[in-house]
Design a protein. Structure first.
Lengths: 187, 461
């Protein structure tokens, strides 16, 4: 994943709460075995039916509980491939939030009031290191876990970091703590 | 210091801070191909093939196609064949189409006895919370995390907060675990459990058998909770005993499992109390599982809602669902009925539905189907003659898979069709573009198939 530190530019707005991943990327597109090319299918039914219009700006501001439902990582892939670099919302579903941080799409949580202010401003600058969203209405603080921030800023592969900790995994397995549970290869 | 069951599970699996060890990784065809590609690109292997198990379920046709190469839909065929190839290349056991162990990943885990108390279990599927019914810590992950677990057998996780939902009293006659969890989500909202590992507790939970407990934990994610769990007891232990994956040193394992329940007096970050005796059969009226009411209620009036956001969401949902505020739910008439999914496709669910259907006929206005959760469920049901009960009534009797829960295979609603479904999500387009889903229990779905509209199963005979 590529490093991200500052995201700056126009803001797209999707003023809805509880947007689920079935809307973000409908199931018929999950049959692809590739990781790229999902952007053209983003919000496929809503856009095709003229329910919403979305510009591929760097920042998307939306409602609470964004990304609820299925764990499909195809949702952040589609949002990123469409052109978004950051999603700003009052809250996110847990799995979606985690998936975003794995692919370098910044999920930033602001209060509902601040989300509206950013939406109205139409443009914003997000500084990942400072954990701030700056727009015409002011400077708003959001929070990112330190280890997530470190990975985002440096574009680091999670697996690489964990494998650096390989000795701890070896030790855990060696202690017998991992010896319990079924052996799937012996069923 | 007293600990919650979650604390015990977390601490037993913490390799280092925020890095937890995974005892079982379940894999299916939709969320894994890009993860295997990632491994190949980086020259990495699968660390513990003996803790990994794959099946094909999301894409599989339910029309009797018994081999991946015979799947008519080209993209589905490629995806299932890709799973088989990846599993062969990396040495992972796989139960694909044609295997008598194939089925919905969350049905076959418990069925094979590989889902056991005290374990950490993950899968690239949000309904992995199902396995928490055994007193395990089980949750859904994304594809990057699937790749991470394949490569390291560990997962980077922020420790969630803990919530306990305690159910007092007894569920009334005709009221099922599905109604209990729908009522809970209706009360807490679709984001009410976000950030929490949820433990379901209390006499009403202890009284349930394992399948009902699985139904409840399964839908935790619909309340926003990544993991739902229930303390193991003798019912849990007896479920696992004798299954293919059961531990060789069973009694020693069972003794360890008995230590898992939350200690007396332990504090949770959030406690919720629910009177199970006050819960009625539930039906969803909108486009998320929190938009739910009692079957005796009418379609709610958005005008009566306090917040403008709720009002707007409800108006949009009613327009999508083609419903008028004030219509009694018992006048709502589905044209399709789907009994299946990881929420309600186990043998016990099919027995409950069959008891309602037995000797009756599906209404002329309804097309109804039953999709068993696994090949094993199908075989068990056929041994009991349930397939004859359903077929005689006019139900279609299908092969195992996720089927119309998410409509990745040919089992879908057409635009505007209304469906009584035992699945878990009533999102727009979930069961087919323009399809209208009402989530209900197996009994309620079966009764709706016979009557051609929703009925209060408590009055129905």
């Amino acid at each position: 994943m590529r490093p991200i530190d500052v995201i700056e530019g126009k803001v797209s707005v999707l003023d809805r709460a509880d947007v689920d991943t079935d809307q973000i990327i409908p199931k018929q597109f999950l049959k692809r075995v590739e990781r790229t090319g999902f952007g053209e299918f983003l919000f496929y039914d809503w856009i095709r039916d003229g329910e919403i219009e979305l510009e591929p700006n760097p920042i998307l501001v939306t409602g609470a509980n964004f990304g609820c439902g299925s764990s499909r990582e195809h949702a952040p892939w589609a949002l990123e491939d469409f052109g978004f670099e950051a999603i700003v919302a009052p809250s996110f579903a847990d799995i979606f939030y985690s998936n975003c941080t794995k692919v370098g799409l910044l999920p930033a949580i602001l209060s509902e009031e601040h989300c509206r202010a950013v939406a109205e401003a139409g443009e914003a600058r997000i500084d990942v290191d400072d954990e701030t969203v700056t727009c015409a209405a002011g400077v708003f603080k959001f929070e990112v876990e330190p280890d997530v921030k470190h990975r985002l800023l440096n574009g680091l592969d999670d697996i690489g970091i964990t494998l650096e900790n390989g000795a701890a995994i070896d030790a855990f397995e060696g202690s017998g703590a991992a010896g319990r549970g079924p052996v799937t290869t012996a069923l | 210091m007293p600990q919650t069951m979650f604390d015990k599970l977390w601490e037993a699996h913490e390799v280092s801070e925020n890095l937890i060890y995974i005892d079982l990784h379940l894999v299916h065809e939709v969320t894994s191909p890009q993860a295997f590609d990632g491994l190949r690109l980086a020259g990495r292997g699968v660390r513990r093939t003996d803790k990994t198990l794959a099946t094909a379920d999301h894409n599989t046709p339910t029309d009797g196609t018994m081999a991946a190469r015979l799947i008519a839909d080209e993209l589905s065929r490629i995806q299932v064949e890709t799973l088989e190839r990846n599993c062969e290349e990396f040495g992972i056991p796989v139960y694909s189409l044609g295997s008598d162990r194939q089925g919905i990943v969350h049905v076959i885990g418990p069925e094979l006895g590989v889902t056991q108390p005290g374990m950490t279990i993950v899968c690239g599927d949000s309904h992995t919370s199902t396995h928490g019914a055994f007193g395990s810590l089980a949750f859904g992950i994304g594809t990057s995390e699937v790749e991470h677990v394949l490569a390291t057998q560990c997962l980077v996780q922020k420790r969630p907060k803990t919530m306990r939902i305690s159910y007092s009293g007894d569920l009334g006659s005709g009221v099922t675990p599905k109604d209990l969890i729908l009522a809970t989500i209706g009360r807490l909202g679709t984001g009410g459990m976000t950030g929490y590992a949820v433990e379901y507790a209390g006499p009403a939970i202890e009284a349930l058998e394992m399948p009902g407990r699985m139904t409840i934990c399964n839908m935790t994610i619909e309340g926003g909770g990544r993991a739902g769990m229930i303390a193991p007891d003798e019912k849990t232990i007896e479920w696992v005993r004798g299954r293919p994956g059961a531990p060789a040193d069973f009694e020693a394992a069972a003794e360890r499992w008995r230590q898992l329940p939350s200690d007396a007096g332990v504090a949770f970050d959030t406690e919720v109390d629910v009177d199970a005796g006050a819960i009625s059969p539930m039906v969803t009226w909108g486009t998320n599982p929190g938009m739910v009411c009692e079957v005796t209620d009418s379609v709610p009036d958005p005008e009566a809602m306090d917040s403008p956001a709720d009002r707007e969401s409800a108006e949009r949902a009613l327009a999508y669902m083609g419903l008028e505020a004030g219509t009694p739910m018992t006048e709502v008439a589905p044209e399709r009925v789907f009994i299946g999914s990881c929420t309600n496709s186990r043998i016990e669910d099919l027995r409950e539905a069959a008891a309602v259907v037995d000797g009756r006929k599906v209404a002329a206005s309804v097309r109804a189907m039953v999709v068993p959760g696994s090949q094993q469920v199908k075989a068990d049901a056929e041994a009991e003659g349930l397939h004859d009960v359903f077929r005689s009534a006019g139900f279609e009797w299908r092969e195992a898979g996720c089927s119309m829960c998410l409509g990745m295979n040919p089992d879908i609603l057409i635009e505007g069709e209304r469906c009584a479904s035992t699945s878990n999500r009533n999102f727009e387009g979930r069961q087919g573009k323009g399809g209208r889903t009402h989530l209900v229990s197996p009994k309620m779905a079966a009764a709706a198939a016979i009557e051609g509209h929703f009925v209060d199963i408590r009055d129905w005979s």
